[in-house]
Ligand binder design. Sequence first.
Ligand SMILES: Nc1ncnc2c1ncn2[C@@H]1O[C@H](COP(=O)(O)OP(=O)(O)O)[C@@H](O)[C@H]1O
Ligand SMILES: [Mg+2]
Length: 335
Amino acid sequence: MKEEIIVKAINLTKIYNGNVKAVDNISFEVKKGEIFGLLGPNGAGKTTTIKMLTTVIRPTSGTAYISEYDILKDASKVRRLISVVPQEFTADEDLTGYENLILTADLYGIPREIARKRANELLELVELKEAANRKVETYSGGMRRRLELACGLINRPVLLFLDEPTLGLDVQTRYAIWQYVKKIKDEYEMTIFLSTHYLEEADSLCNRIAIIDHGKIVRIGSPEELKKALGGDIIEIKINDEVSDISEYIYSVPGVKDVKRLNSTYRIKAISGEEVAPLIFEILRQKGYIIKSVSISKPTLDEAYLEITGRRLREEQASFEEIMSFRRTIRRTRA
Ligand SMILES: Nc1ncnc2c1ncn2[C@@H]1O[C@H](COP(=O)(O)OP(=O)(O)O)[C@@H](O)[C@H]1O
Ligand SMILES: [Mg+2]
């Protein structure tokens, strides 16, 4: 079966105020049924990309197709296929969760009867049934996000955009949201386009990731493919001999790419650790060495990101958390 393309961005560019190049000539495709992630630090151009794809803002140049519809020429048809959960909180705090869903359904012109049915079904899905008739102002951050996910589904979109779905949430709540996103994808067989600056989120949720930096896409691939950018797994072997250098023997094994020795410990880079390690054991056994310890580690997306962009995402994440806590402090001071 031919893979269906649901998003096709062609040289998409956004320049704000004639000088801020927020998105710089990006092209990519999203396949039907995948969770596609736009991964990058704060200010990379994620929200701007989502705003263009969802017809909220017009690209400066380039365009994109959502299914067969051009975002420039067929904006209203595009809007019928999609839904977006924006980065900023949008639900009405003075209404209940249920009322928010009905209100959203009204905006889409969904008949009341169907709206009620869907609202109940969605409240069940995101486990907000108990809290359905409570005002949203009493909801926790995680509950709010769940409600917004539900609101994003009320029009049964073919393609759902989530802009930083777990921004500012604690780790545990973030994990819970991931479960809902996976459930949504499976139960509604939809395509999800999400942006994030959390590596773990991209790694755990996405079938494919586009790394965006300074408005440019620097790499696209599955988490596995991106990790392969590192050049393979790391096998660490300790043998019973401090004196002889057995690097030569290890190098002779097919699939071994690099060997570094520190006394009796060897750090070996190999395409596939699981396949190469037994071959190394065998040759060392033949040569009469005893292996005292072994470990195989897979490269993480964290390391891959560093290799691809030359920077860690972690540091920026930390500083962002600081900004968030700073904002909260200001708010408290004002209140
Ligand atoms: N309305 C705007 N006017 C001017 N500059 C903007 C506007 N929105 C975003 N930017 C700038 O565009 C760049 C990308 O922003 P954004 O798309 O929000 O990034 P991200 O969502 O990845 O954090 C940043 O430099 C940001 O300051
Ligand atoms: Mg953003």
